[in-house]
Design a protein around this ligand. Structure first.
Ligand code: C2E
Ligand code: CA
Ligand code: CA
Ligand code: CA
Length: 279
């Protein structure tokens, strides 16, 4: 066609501008999205591997854009990071987590935990601790039901600052997990200096267990070491029965992944809960 025969320079620029436009569009629309409540949480179950019982959920954000449909966090979180909107969205997420706990309690489900992802800029926000204290004061739910997920990258930036913030939030009763463990540059020796409760082994290692004896060995020794250090261990991205049973023989505490459940939007989860819990 005429277009395909057009000069390369133009095509290259069109490709670039589509990407740039999408970035600009997201950056721009985020402000309205926050005001118009276009964000939702999908909740993904976590189970105790020994008993098979539900222990709680990880809250995973979704953006229902009025024109583009669902936009996934891997696309918009990196664009929002380091902007004021990220802080605002983070506050929304914490508030939502407290209301999810309240809602679960109203359905007769108390004592479950919600894990919320905190980006680096949220974690370093100087108002975070006051905000968390306020939310706690306003809620009937306990801080022990909220787990804050941090990545290795967030916690290795400045050890003294990290320790300080974590200890203040721990003093309020919140717990901490380290997300995507194994993909960053931290070690369990480093993490054991921090008030960390849970290590989440990255799903790439879980996926690798069947074909790579190295991955299997890494998972096995990580599980053993984490438990010896007095922390709990979560396997992420459990997709098969074989993975779950391997993790069980390794004495991994908790599993999360498509084999157990996909993330489910709040509005779809609640009606499904009583039957889920009974089976
Ligand atoms: P993450 O925290 O590592 O979350 C796990 C991701 O793996 C989720 O992707 C989840 O849907 C997906 N997943 C769960 N089980 C399986 C499985 O068995 N197989 C495979 N292949 N994938 C599985 P999602 O929801 O697209 O989230 C992507 C990332 O976006 C998250 O990775 C997290 O880093 C970030 N994110 C999500 N929600 C929030 C949020 O509220 N705040 C912040 N700051 N970041 C968030
Ligand atoms: Ca996470
Ligand atoms: Ca309270
Ligand atoms: Ca993860």
């Amino acid at each position: 066609s005429k277009d395909a025969g057009g000069d390369r320079y133009t095509l290259f620029n069109e490709g670039m501008s589509t990407q740039v436009m999408r970035h600009i569009e997201i950056e721009h629309d985020v402000r309205d999205a926050l005001l118009q409540e276009q964000f939702k949480f999908a909740l993904q179950a976590q189970i105790d591997i020994t008993t098979g019982k539900l222990v709680g959920f990880e809250a995973l954000i979704r953006w229902l854009h009025p024109k583009s449909g669902y936009i996934m966090p891997d696309e918009f979180i990196p664009i929002m990071e380091n902007s004021e909107s990220m802080i605002t969205l983070g506050y929304w997420g914490i508030k939502r987590a407290f209301s999810i706990l309240a809602h679960l309690e109203s359905l007769g489900m108390s004592g479950y935990r919600i894990a919320v992802n905190l980006s680096a800029s949220q974690f370093l926000d100087p108002n975070l601790i006051n905000f968390m204290r306020e939310q706690l004061a306003q809620s009937d739910q306990g801080a022990d039901q909220i787990e804050l997920e941090l990545t290795e990258r967030t916690v290795v930036a400045d050890i003294e600052q990290t320790k300080g913030i974590m200890h203040q939030l721990k003093a309020l009763g919140f717990s901490f997990s380290i997300d995507d463990f194994g993909t960053g540059y931290s070690s369990l020796a480093y993490l054991s200096q921090l008030p960390v409760d849970i290590i989440k082994i990255d799903r790439s290692f879980i996926a690798g267990m069947e074909n790579s004896s190295a991955d299997k060995q890494i998972v096995k020794s990580t599980v053993a070491m984490v438990r010896k250090l007095g922390m709990k261990v979560v396997a992420e991205g459990v997709e098969t029965e074989a993975q779950l049973s391997t993790l069980s023989t390794m004495r991994c505490d908790i599993a999360q992944g498509y084999y157990i459940s996909k993330p489910v939007l709040e509005e779809e989860l609640y009606p499904a809960l009583p039957s889920k819990l009974n089976d």
